[in-house]
Write a protein that binds this ligand. Structure first.
Ligand code: FAD
Ligand code: NAP
Length: 545
């Protein structure tokens, strides 16, 4: 039905769409919008029962954005960004999900999405230049192009503790939270994990539970979010400046406007000056603001130590019990090299009588028991267990799909020693398959909606480029991919990031190759590179008719 669109389509007899999209989150939705605008037929599959991705699945108490609402939103539609009213400085999960639903309705995107459908495999036939995408419902859809909008934090990681099936209470994962919510009132609860999800949910669960045990393997740095109602004056000003701000965001490392880049090292300031600057950032709230206190916090260990010690000191002053405070004070990684978390009343929660911190850094959880769990010879008894144990990040969702080229490579083989991509957009050896904010992209180190829009715009422009030239196949060149992978690695190694056992490194999943996956050269450098690639006739991509 589409064989007037792609010149080589004569060869295809059962074409179901021009593009198959996997995922109905923020990326999948914008992609559908852009593809429709190009007059292409797209069909998306989403495992969940509705749109939203991250914001559909992560419904745990306290879940909210750590990028300010006015920044964490789509920029592609001027009216939308002017009309939408964000009630708070940082959007809550329900609010963001409402926004994503509004976008899906406003642009009539649901009609191109099949929900409750998981893509299980994708097979490319080089002769026909077609992807055959199979679902868990037994359907096979054929299309020349396939885009994985499968998300970086969409494959929940539940550690394989023995005995979970014997647990007589109820257990939950923050990334698979029941839609009807959970009432912990009067219950004994154990929570495993103190990353962003744990730190956001702990104060909420503690306020309901009769007792909350927090199992901490690694202490994490978190700053007060200073959330509150969005000030109408700030909102008006921001909205008036939207076009300029959105443009300016692309010229920043994290894709967020409004923070002038710092110009001096932490070591150039006196102790008093440093203290005053960190205090003002602490009072202001926000990660970028804090990390922008000085220009070398993420590259110089001695500078980083000054910021880390400032936060440790805040913890010691907030938490009444000095032993608990010391356990909560992170000492094993530089500040900012794992996601720097924003919280509301996190450290204060440990002053409650009904909260106990259990340090499992030396002695891991041995097993889940019918009553709770066991650490060494100590048994803990609960009614509920919460796994705030994160995700098989960046590669999990892609590798859950059996992606192969007939007679060629499989993605599992290609990424056996860690993921490789060209610009986080394509993988050499897999023609006509795009990824959005994949490994090698700055996506997860940025305001992600901005990165998603930039990646989708790149893909849309590439498809348009091909169509106007009668080309039906695009592929990343192996040499270009190798050069990009080396560059991503070199940039990471010039920073402190690899010093943390983070999900950026794959260190949270036993057996996963230890490769630093995101590009930390910044959105600004990345966008410049992409623009140059396009200006240079899609340098590093090869095309065929
Ligand atoms: P997702 O939202 O992950 O959507 C991917 C979708 O693909 C999912 O719905 C999934 O079900 C579907 N899918 C995957 N595999 C398949 C398959 N095989 N078949 C069918 N469907 C499939 N980013 C920020 O910039 N700022 C923040 O403050 C922020 N907060 C976050 C808070 C949480 C709790 C989490 C988990 C992430 C947060 N992020 C944040 C990152 C967030 O993931 C992105 O901002 C953004 O929502 C990603 O959108 P996406 O569409 O790329 O991926
Ligand atoms: P995470 O950062 O990976 O944290 C997982 C936690 O579980 C860590 O404390 C980890 O300990 C612990 N853990 C994992 N396996 C364990 C095991 N076998 N035994 C004991 N503890 C174990 O996951 P997350 O908190 O879900 O966050 C993931 C990412 O999602 C964030 O970094 C962020 O990008 C995004 N997110 C953002 C927000 C927000 O504020 N907007 C909220 C939630 C999530 P170790 O540290 O020792 O591995």
């Amino acid at each position: 039905m589409n064989n007037t669109r792609w010149p080589s389509a004569d060869a295809r007899s059962h074409l179901d769409a021009d593009v198959v999209v996997v995922g109905g989150g923020i990326a999948g939705l914008y992609l559908l919008y852009r593809l429709r605008g190009l007059g292409l037929e797209a069909l998306a599959f989403e495992a969940g029962s509705d749109v939203g991705g991250t914001w559909y699945w992560n419904r745990y108490p306290g879940c909210r954005c750590d990028v300010e609402s006015l920044e964490y939103s789509y920029s592609f539609a001027g009216d939308l960004q002017q009309e939408w009213k964000w009630p708070e400085r940082y959007g809550t999960q329900p609010e963001i999900l409402r926004y994503v639903n509004h976008v899906a309705d406003r642009f009539d995107l649901r009609r191109d999405i099949q929900f409750n459908t998981r893509v299980v495999s994708a097979l490319f036939n080089r002769e026909l230049k077609l992807w055959s995408v199979s679902t868990d419902r037994g359907e096979v859809i054929r299309a020349p192009f396939c885009v994985m909008a499968t998300g970086n934090l969409s494959t929940p990681n539940r550690p394989n503790f023995p005995g979970l099936e014997s647990f007589q209470g109820r257990w939950y994962h923050t990334g698979l939270w029941p839609h009807e919510g959970v009432d912990f009132t009067g219950l004994r609860v154990g929570i495993i994990g103190t990353g962003s999800s744990g730190i956001q949910s702990i104060p909420h669960i503690a306020s309901q539970a009769s007792h909350l045990y927090v199992f901490q393997r690694t202490a994490n740095f978190t700053l007060p979010a200073r959330n509150g109602p969005l000030d109408p004056v700030t909102e008006r000003r921001h909205k008036a400046e939207y076009p300029a701000r959105r443009k300016a965001a692309y010229e920043t490392p994290f894709g967020i406007s409004g923070y002038p880049p710092p110009t001096r090292s932490a070591l150039e300031a006196t102790g008093e000056e440093r203290q005053a600057i960190y205090e003002s950032k602490w009072a202001e709230g926000g990660q970028i603001s804090f990390l922008y206190a000085f220009n070398d916090l993420l590259v110089n260990q001695a500078s980083n130590d000054t910021a880390a010690e400032f936060v440790r000191e805040k913890i010691r002053r907030t938490v009444n019990d000095p032993v608990v405070a010391e356990l909560l004070a992170p000492k094993t990684h530089p500040i900012g090299t794992k996601r720097l978390i924003l919280d509301t009343n996190y450290y204060e929660t440990y002053n409650r009588d009904n909260v106990t911190l259990v340090d499992i850094s030396e002695s891991p959880i041995e097993e889940i028991t019918p009553e709770g769990l066991r650490v060494a010879s100590t048994n803990y008894t609960f009614d509920s267990i919460v796994f705030a144990t994160g995700f098989d990040a960046m590669t999990g969702a892609m590798l859950d799909i059996d992606i192969q080229v007939e007679g060629g490579a499989s993605m599992a083989d290609a990424w056996q020693h860690g993921p490789k991509t060209y610009l986080g957009l394509m993988v050499a050896g897999f023609p006509n398959l795009f990824t959005i904010t994949g490994p090698g992209s700055p996506g997860v180190k940025s305001q992600m909606i901005l990165s998603i829009e930039q990646h989708v715009d790149f893909i849309a422009a590439c498809l348009q480029h091909m169509r106007s030239r009668g080309m039906s196949q695009v592929e990343a060149e192996p040499a270009a991919e190798q050069a990009w992978v080396s560059h991503v690695k070199a940039v990471a190694e010039s920073t402190l990031y690899p010093r943390a056992d983070s999900w950026y490194m794959g260190a949270n999943i036993p057996g996963k190759p230890l490769v630093f996956m995101p590009y930390v050269g910044g959105v600004d450098a990345y966008k410049k590179e992409c623009d140059e690639v396009v200006a240079d006739g899609y340098k590093g991509f090869s095309f065929a008719s």
